[in-house]
Design a protein around this ligand. Structure first.
Ligand code: PGA
Length: 270
């Protein structure tokens, strides 16, 4: 497995000047935070200017698109294809719950996007999540069944990766983001996220074989400086997808530093 990953999803926030400043700060700080990959996903219109401005950037700093087309080119007003951004982005987010909820993306769309992005050499962060909290402590078997049913988180992950080459697994991260935790300030707990990541890992290995151990599992949903530690301490959690806190340079840098130190056991350089 590659290094742990911390992804900052800026969503539809910031103006041009702010985006240029923040991206420069994240890139500069990434130089001093080793042993992790740091990714920012600005709005697509800012990607190219950011790329141009940061021609020389640390190897562990990457740009991601927040969404990608199912297609390569054609009559798809408003869409961006992997062919268009492969030279400037290393990653793309796919199937974020806001895309599924507000833009009606289905598991089938997500699977098409996954295959299209991988075909162009992009690394992908596929989001899955449940709307209603699981009650694993009282109803473990029933809740695991709920995860496997159509629409359940395990079913979402399996459909996203359907017919994907095993050799691409190291390029894939599954971001587990419970919907009730996104943007609410009400993050999950480390033990809850760890239990889900454990089930997910086992189900992926059962479905796709031992190569699925190369797939990273991230946690996302109201991650902040105070709670990042409890998620990254979990062995099956390989990184974080951060929304709101990724817009504040101090907080995002600290979350990256915590992840680096706890996952590698090595102090950050000054
Ligand atoms: P949040 O967003 O950290 O603001 O909850 C996470 C996400 O939606 O990816």
């Amino acid at each position: 497995m590659d290094y742990p990953l911390v992804v900052g999803n800026w969503k539809m926030n910031l103006e041009f000047g702010e985006a240029m400043i923040l991206s420069g700060q994240v890139a500069r700080n990434s130089e001093f935070i080793k042993h992790i990959e740091i990714v920012i996903a600005p709005p697509s219109v800012f990607i190219y200017p950011i790329f141009e401005r940061l021609k020389i950037k640390p190897n562990n700093f990457h740009l991601a698109l927040q969404n990608i087309s199912t297609d390569i080119s054609g009559e798809f007003t408003g869409e961006v294809s992997p062919a268009m951004i492969k030279k400037v982005c290393d990653y793309t987010i796919i199937g974020h719950s806001e895309r599924r909820r507000l833009f009606h993306e289905t598991d089938e769309d997500v699977n098409l996007k996954v295959k299209n992005a991988l075909k162009f050499g992009l690394k992908i962060i596929v989001c899955i999540g449940e709307a209603e909290k699981f009650h694993l402590e009282d109803h473990y078997a029933v809740e695991v069944k709920r995860m496997l049913k159509p629409g359940g988180i395990v079913a979402q992950a399996k459909l996203a990766l359907k017919n994907v080459n095993k050799s691409d697994y190291p390029k894939i991260s599954i971001a587990y983001e419970p919907l009730w935790a996104i943007g609410t300030g009400n993050a999950s707990t480390g033990s809850y996220a760890a239990a889900i990541a454990y089930i997910l890992r086992n189900e992926l290995v059962a479905e796709f074989g031992p190569a699925a151990k190369d797939i990273r599992i991230l946690y996302g949903g109201s991650v902040n400086v105070g709670d990042a530690k409890e998620f990254v301490l979990q062995p099956n959690i390989d990184g974080l997808l951060v929304g709101g806190a990724s817009l504040k340079i101090k907080d995002f840098t600290e979350i990256c530093r915590i992840t680096s130190e706890l996952k590698s056991g090595m102090p950050t350089e000054d």
